[in-house]
Design a protein around this ligand. Sequence first.
Ligand code: COA
Length: 174
Amino acid sequence: MEARIRTAVARDLPVLTALAQRTYAEAYGQDMTQVALEWHLNTHLSPQRMNQMLRRDTFLVAETDQMIGFVQFGEAGRADLTGTDTSGAEVRRLYVAAHAQNRGTGTLLLQAALDHPRIEAFAGVYVGVWHTNLGARRLYARFGFVQVGEKPYLDAEGASPGADLLLRRSRMRV
Ligand SMILES: CC(C)(COP(=O)(O)OP(=O)(O)OC[C@H]1O[C@@H](n2cnc3c(N)ncnc32)[C@H](O)[C@@H]1OP(=O)(O)O)[C@@H](O)C(=O)NCCC(=O)NCCS
């Protein structure tokens, strides 16, 4: 069943928060200690934090009989812009539940985000992708993203176990 894509609204917050926490744990949990995983979920994906992000950013969700994926995007922060850019958009998160992957939902979500006026308004869109995440790197490459930099991920101790690659895609207009 092909997923339907729609914009998330405030009443989606509980289900969206549960999905964001679950998909993060599925994607990265096995490479982290339980303490580090819980710190990340409580710091970056708590209900309060998700509520703040839902007010600031756009979230598109993918649904079949349940919510199976989401993409989050908005204006890029200064740290995500390269020297020649003074403004841009950023895809901040793209996640599909493990049981629903490899059926085209990630592609649908990313296409819908790139077609959205909030991204289309900018000449460039950025995304950070974990260096070992080859599947996501292939997906972004198919959409024309190219690497333009790197930014370290800092854990609870301020240590950096690896880097997010910073990718950029130029707006494609004919
Ligand atoms: C990256 C991610 C969002 C991709 O979601 P997805 O729904 O599996 O993506 P798609 O199905 O569109 O594409 C994935 C693969 O399925 C294939 N595919 C696409 N459409 C398909 C379809 N209709 N049927 C079967 N396979 C399909 C693609 O060719 C692709 O192959 P490849 O990447 O191995 O070359 C998902 O793997 C995920 O959530 N990963 C963990 C979190 C993450 O890494 N997020 C990105 C960084 S923030």
